[in-house]
Design a protein around this ligand. Sequence first.
Ligand SMILES: Cc1cc2nc3c(=O)[nH]c(=O)nc-3n(C[C@H](O)[C@H](O)[C@H](O)COP(=O)(O)O)c2cc1C
Length: 169
Amino acid sequence: MSIDSATFRTVMGHYPTGVCVVTSVTPEGAPIGMTVGSFTSVSLDPPLIGFFPDKKSKSWPPIAETGRFCVNILAQDQELLCRRFSGPIADRFSEVIHRTSQNGLPVLDGALAWIDCDLYAVQDAGDHDFVLGEVKAMTAERTVSPLIFHRGAYGQVSAITITAGNERL
Ligand SMILES: Cc1cc2nc3c(=O)[nH]c(=O)nc-3n(C[C@H](O)[C@H](O)[C@H](O)COP(=O)(O)O)c2cc1C
């Protein structure tokens, strides 16, 4: 069975993802960022997370060059930020309220959580890269629903049927 790209997108779109903005800051001090839905937790020891930037991305190479990045997990009320950081806007950070994490990386105001990472490894993954980040600092700041992307639309978690016993936030 040969898989055409439209089928691949349609079938994979049935799997929901959260939405993050991966940020960093250039040596000149300019903040940079891009929206990713491919973020995932990878390893506890060492603490590793991962995501998959497209090899055609213009934002990923300058982020990779800095050797560090911050993953901002978006909340249900941040669809506009998701669109902003995936769209053709010259200065994605203009008018975006943000502060600096303890490792000097941009944290978007209102993000559910942020995760400061050092670049750990980059693996070839077809037309994408598989990026691993080693977590250096992390904080969860809000308890509202994450922004969800599913079948080309945005949503939120409507019901929680299973509650983790060791949940801290
Ligand atoms: C919900 C959503 C999820 C996305 N996930 C990814 C992803 O995991 N990897 C990726 O490379 N691009 C992803 N994109 C697309 C990028 O955000 C977009 O192509 C990119 O930021 C284009 O700008 P750039 O060339 O400056 O990187 C996603 C876009 C949206 C709206």
